[in-house]
Design a protein around this ligand. Structure first.
Ligand code: SF4
Ligand code: MG
Length: 336
């Protein structure tokens, strides 16, 4: 498919009291027209930082984009000034965050908030904006939308609030929707409803979705492709099938093993990934997963593995993919 958003070799660092931390290192991926790409990783893996870089939402005082490009519509968004990015933000690239209150004004009626977005980006009259707002709220599954236009955010449940945010995101018919842990704060049934809603809306609008999540379960129902992030780097990329049935990176193996299986007896303990997430301030030259990897070799400590292309759509950064590496059998029962 045609690429709509292309992130290339992105490096982002944070200024902290203990010095500069490289939060994102050499991240590259393409988002294709109409697809859903998921970026999966533990918290602190740099996935949110990556997403926020796209829309220049990182705090300017403490963050620095060291290198890379984010190409959208033939231009590098990283070179855009405030005014230019404002024109794209919300209109062409919309964002949905974990906490819907990030995007809602608690003191303003829901209807007015949806209408404002429509008027700002579409140059339409109030009457038309009102009609369209009611339609949008109905489309995202808010019952009695006309009456609920007059409610305030606190009068809605968390799930309903996230529906409103999605309605607002869709109000301008964005080409790209970036959803950062959109269902993490919601309970399981509501999670499934919101994900289904996003999927349905994508079918209608053809919007490309970049979904950021720590939860592989979310990905199963949504994404065609997955990028696995660890310690600021993408360690494996592939189609849903490749990642679930032919994963190549030991970190991906760990993620899959720690994931609850659909019909798994709840009393069976999940296998957690041993060790704790890395302190990115202590990263050295080797593989970022070396300290936790059960298959670590000497080379892993001092030399960063390159991405090895496994298929046209599948790549992994692990020395085990190298020709001279010992044959490792993947752990059993992956992807079951
Ligand atoms: Fe493990 Fe080495 Fe592969 Fe890193 S490069 S994931 S440490 S085997
Ligand atoms: Mg996050």
């Amino acid at each position: 498919g045609e690429t709509i958003l292309s992130v290339d070799n992105l490096d982002v660092s944070f200024q902290t009291n203990s010095g500069l931390i490289k939060a994102v290192r050499g991240v590259s991926f393409d988002l294709k027209k109409g697809e859903t790409l998921a970026i999966v990783g533990e918290s602190g893996s740099g996935k949110s930082v990556t997403a926020k870089s796209i829309m220049q939402l990182l705090p300017k005082q403490s963050t620095r984009i060291d290198s890379g490009s984010i190409v959208y519509g033939g231009n590098d968004l990283l070179e855009y000034g405030n005014k230019e990015i404002e024109k794209i933000r919300g209109k062409e690239i919309a964002m949905v965050f974990q906490d819907p209150m990030t995007s809602l004004n608690p003191t303003m009626k829901i209807g007015k908030q949806v209408m404002e977005g429509l008027i700002k980006h579409n140059n339409i009259r109030k009457k038309e904006a009102k009609k369209r707002s009611i339609e949008l709220l109905t489309e995202v599954g808010i019952p009695y939308a006309e009456e609920r236009m007059n409610s305030f955010p606190h009068e809605f449940s968390g799930g309903m609030r996230q529906r409103v945010v999605i309605a607002m995101a869709l109000a301008c018919d964005p080409k790209v929707l970036i959803a950062d842990e959109p269902t993490t704060a919601l309970d399981v049934t509501i999670q499934a409803q919101i994900l289904n809603l996003m999927k349905e809306l994508q079918k209608k609008t053809g919007t490309s979705i970049l979904i950021i999540t720590h939860d592989l379960g979310v990905v199963v129902n949504m994404a065609q492709r997955i990028a696995v992030m660890y310690a600021g780097e993408i360690v494996e990329t592939g189609t849903l099938r490749e990642i679930f049935y032919k994963p190549k990176h030991p970190y991906t193996w760990g993620l899959l093993q720690s994931m609850p299986k659909m019909h798994q007896d709840q009393s069976v303990p999940l296998i957690p990934i041993a060790g704790s997430p890395p302190d990115v301030s202590l990263m050295h030259d080797g593989c970022p997963f070396a300290a936790r990897c059960p298959y670590v070799m000497k080379v892993c400590h001092n030399h960063k593995p390159d991405q090895t292309q496994i298929s046209v759509t599948h790549a992994a950064a692990c020395w085990l993919e190298d020709d001279w590496a010992p044959e490792i059998k993947q752990p059993e029962k992956i992807g079951g």
